[in-house]
Design a protein around this ligand. Structure first.
Ligand code: NI
Length: 140
């Protein structure tokens, strides 16, 4: 079914747009708009997947961030302490001068795990967040 299209204006940092254009060129999208529509669909699917996660979970939250972003490290540490019942451990790797990779090991109710993940996603300077969870002691 053909849907009406709405035109929106979005402001993006030049390097972000440059990288996005590289990807859509490699993947053969006919236009930037089509690439953006697909990216938004992926974002919505990921959110829907996250919304379906429930019950007791163990897992990881992987994040990449720019530690030179003002206030970021404090915000992150505040969250890690606030959710210390959920975030059981963490691993930190310095990627380069500014960028860090951190993996948080989590255990708890899915709602809390998702809360933590969403709080981290909203911190300015956090570039990438990926939650993976499994059901502990699942019998297959
Ligand atoms: Ni670091």
């Amino acid at each position: 079914m053909e849907q009406d299209l709405t035109r929106i204006g979005v402001s993006l940092p030049e390097n972000l747009l440059g990288k996005f254009d590289e990807i859509i060129t490699k993947r053969g999208y006919s236009s930037r708009s089509e690439g953006i529509r697909d990216a938004i669909r992926g974002y919505i699917r990921y959110y829907a997947w996250m919304s379906e996660v429930e019950g007791e979970r163990v897992g990881t939250i992987s994040l990449v961030y720019d530690h030179s972003q003002r206030g970021l490290v404090n915000s992150l540490l505040d969250i890690e302490h606030e959710f210390s019942e959920i975030i059981r451990s963490s691993i930190h790797m310095h990627i380069n001068h500014d960028m860090c990779l951190e993996v948080l090991l989590v255990r708890g109710d899915a709602r809390d795990v998702k809360d933590v993940t969403e709080r981290i996603m909203t911190i300015r300077g956090v570039k990438h967040v990926k939650l993976t969870t499994i059901i502990p002691e699942e019998e297959i």
